[in-house]
Ligand binder design. Structure first.
Ligand code: HEC
Ligand code: HEC
Length: 178
């Protein structure tokens, strides 16, 4: 009899322990998935529910949208051109891609909210205008007046300073060879 009771107690204890463990594990799992869901929720900003920005696609869409008007002045084709008004519209897109994005090592979204190209959402867009003006002054007023330069047409552009970075370097990287 005592042996049977002991066995009964053991079995019951094991059963209870198992139930506790199952409950705990399910609990843990539920809280993990809740945490995961919360985590997802906290990261779900509008831009992240959309596809990541595809620059090639954006350019293809814009080229399609202005098809037939590539050589018209950008000021007539686009909505908010303040500076590059007389540049052909097709060329403006090339400047955006190679002159601006590539030379700074960024994509269009550094200066634009994708799709809202005419808006002034980001301060970098206005900075780019002022940089363009600075480059014009350097090229037309200053560089031009330096005598004895080798180039017949010495100019600087965005790449001259930026070289694929938003913040131009002030010093060369340390060389490893001494
Ligand atoms: C360094 C900042 C910068 C980057 C990067 C940039 N843009 Fe721009 N974008 C500008 C500025 C500045 C203007 C306005 C030019 C003006 O006022 O003359 C502009 C204007 C435009 C416009 C005209 C919108 C309208 O209707 O007025 C389009 C379209 C455009 N950009 C597309 C692009 C695309 C596509 C890319 C990426 C390949 C890109 N931009 C990258 C600064 C930038
Ligand atoms: C003479 C050198 C020089 C040239 C040429 C130049 N930049 Fe800059 N640019 C700078 C410096 C310096 C800064 C400031 C970097 C900093 O301290 O954050 C800057 C900053 C910027 C920024 C802000 C970057 C950021 O993310 O904060 C943009 C946008 C920019 N330049 C666009 C242009 C464009 C477009 C051109 C060509 C039209 C251009 N720059 C040409 C020197 C130059």
């Amino acid at each position: 009899m005592p042996k049977q009771i002991a066995r009964g107690v053991t079995v019951t204890t094991l059963f209870v322990l198992t139930v506790i463990m199952v409950v705990k594990l399910t609990g843990v799992q539920t809280s993990i998935s809740v945490a995961a869901r919360n985590n997802q929720n906290s990261q779900t900003t509008p831009s992240q529910t959309e596809k990541p920005f595809d620059q090639a696609q954006a350019l293809a869409d814009l080229r399609k949208a202005i098809a037939g008007q590539e050589s018209k002045p950008a000021g007539e084709v686009f909505k908010n051109i303040q500076m590059l008004k007389t540049m052909p519209a097709g060329r403006l897109l090339a400047v955006m891609e190679r002159g601006f994005a590539r030379s700074l090592g960024v994509t269009c979204t550094h200066c634009h909210v994708a799709g809202a190209w005419e808006k002034e959402d980001k301060p970098t867009k206005q900075i780019a205008r002022e940089m363009w003006a600075m480059v014009s002054v350097i090229n037309s007023d200053q560089l031009k007046n330096i005598k004895n330069l080798k180039g017949p047409n010495s100019i600087v552009n965005c790449t001259t300073c930026h070289r694929g970075q938003t913040k131009p370097a002030l010093d060369l990287p340390e060389t490893t060879s001494k």
